[in-house]
Design a protein around this ligand. Sequence first.
Ligand code: TRP
Ligand code: SF4
Length: 329
Amino acid sequence: MTRKRILSGMRPTGKLHLGHLHGALGNWVELQESGKYDCFYFVADWHAITSEYSSTECIKDNTISMVIDWLSVGLDPQKSTIFVQSAIKEHAELFLLLSMITPLAWLTRNPTYKEMQAELTSKDLSTFGFLGYPVLQAADIIMYKAYGVPVGVDQLPHVELTREIARRFNFLYKEIFPIPEPLLTSVPKLLGVDGRKMSKSYDNSICISDRGKELQQKVASMFTDPQRMRKSDPGNPEICNVFTLHGLYSPSEKVKQIDGDCRKAGIGCTDCKKMLARNVAEAMVPVHERMDYYANHLAEIDVIIEEGNAKATKIARQTMDEVRATVKI
Ligand code: TRP
Ligand code: SF4
């Protein structure tokens, strides 16, 4: 029996953080472990250039370190296909063909496009490539005839556009592409140490690679319940980001106890954070072991990527043969 294929990607923007781990990435590992799907996960390095075109020197290093992060948290190249977008040139060809049939209005009204342009004011994002970002993403997805795309909510508009582009292709030429489903997971909202959304660009993240003193200091600096000024004030764990993390890293009886103690001012935030830092550190021991292993065996990363690229290429070639025949080109 052939398993349904799922596919997802991430831009190589640097070290991954706990927001990634408990969001999309954790879902990737779960889908892999369910054994139900044929999983394809790739580094969207061409997508990284859409916003980083003036400083591309980090993209290669970030690609390797991101794959190391993936493997460290449990992606397994024996079970999942791990590849790099720029190695599969077919993505560029499909992108080109899809760009011919994608109405401009679909791209200019895309909410992500508008938001990113408004947010990243330090970069000139009024480029053709940036506008076409979702078209390249559509090519990534339908190239593998993916049934499902595990992503965070922020990517929903892109998956929706992919569905529209795939439908349009099927309508104009012939029905060769399945319409992919977004696979969302409900994830607890993790905030950064400063109480804003955990994000690399805010420099407020707890990274998957953080350990020892650095991890302790980051946890110690976390915002807590803003209404709890003194240790004698009762706290509200439900609005405290430290408590959210306890929910993910501490045993459930402990979490219950902290909840009660916090509400009656029986525990101070400093102690509560120390406990959290210990539990995160402990949970991360196997992750960091794998990370250290790969840092010392970088040649293995190259092999994993090459093997993944070869598997992806095989499918991409088949799809493109079919696409060319369908478009009659
Ligand atoms: N846009 C995605 C992100 O920023 C990355 C991405 C590129 C992607 N191509 C994809 C995700 C295809 C899922 C499927 O994270
Ligand atoms: Fe948050 Fe813990 Fe402080 Fe309560 S005691 S406010 S849960 S850090």
